[in-house]
Design a protein around this ligand. Structure first.
Ligand SMILES: [Zn+2]
Length: 156
């Protein structure tokens, strides 16, 4: 994606949010499909991406819940399909726009919202499930999944 500054990231959200935008100086924008970060409280996640409908930036606020499995087990991110050992994912929930918070949609996603790096094998450890899928196809699949989910929530 193209580099964004703090003003652009802030402007992608409708309301005045307590965004806590991280330091942007070491962000490698060229390897990102979306810009995601977690609020220091750990209870919120934010994603900024380009809408496939009009090309405008959209800011998505999600609640974030750590998943604590009693028994360690493999967990797969539903966006990038990275398979983590235990505790590598979190449940992110978005509210359906227009429902005043009555309808929400949840998704199990990489807990630090770093899927773009994972689909490009830039994060260690590697996925516990090896996929032979061509990298651009993995990126395309991830974008489609995100667009579908956020589209259902009327967020795009
Ligand atoms: Zn992921």
């Amino acid at each position: 994606m193209l580099p964004l500054d703090r003003e652009q990231l802030t402007a992608a959200f409708d309301a005045d949010e307590d965004l806590h935008i991280p330091d942007l100086k070491d962000v490698h924008w060229s390897v990102l499909d979306y810009f995601g970060w977690v609020h220091p409280s750990g209870h919120l996640g934010f994603v900024v991406l380009q809408s496939p409908n009009d090309g405008q930036l959209r800011g998505i606020r999600m609640t974030r819940e750590k998943r604590r499995a009693k028994k360690p087990r493999m967990e797969m991110c539903s966006w990038c399909h990275h398979v983590h050992k235990a505790n590598g994912t979190a449940m992110f929930t978005v509210s359906v726009r227009g429902s005043e918070g009555r309808h929400t949609l949840g998704n199990v996603v990489c807990k630090d919202l770093d899927c773009s790096l994972r689909v490009r094998n830039l994060m260690q450890p590697d996925s516990f499930m090896r996929e032979t899928l061509y990298q651009p196809a993995k990126i395309w699949r991830m974008q489609m999944t995100m667009h579908k989910w956020l589209g259902r929530a009327n967020q795009l």
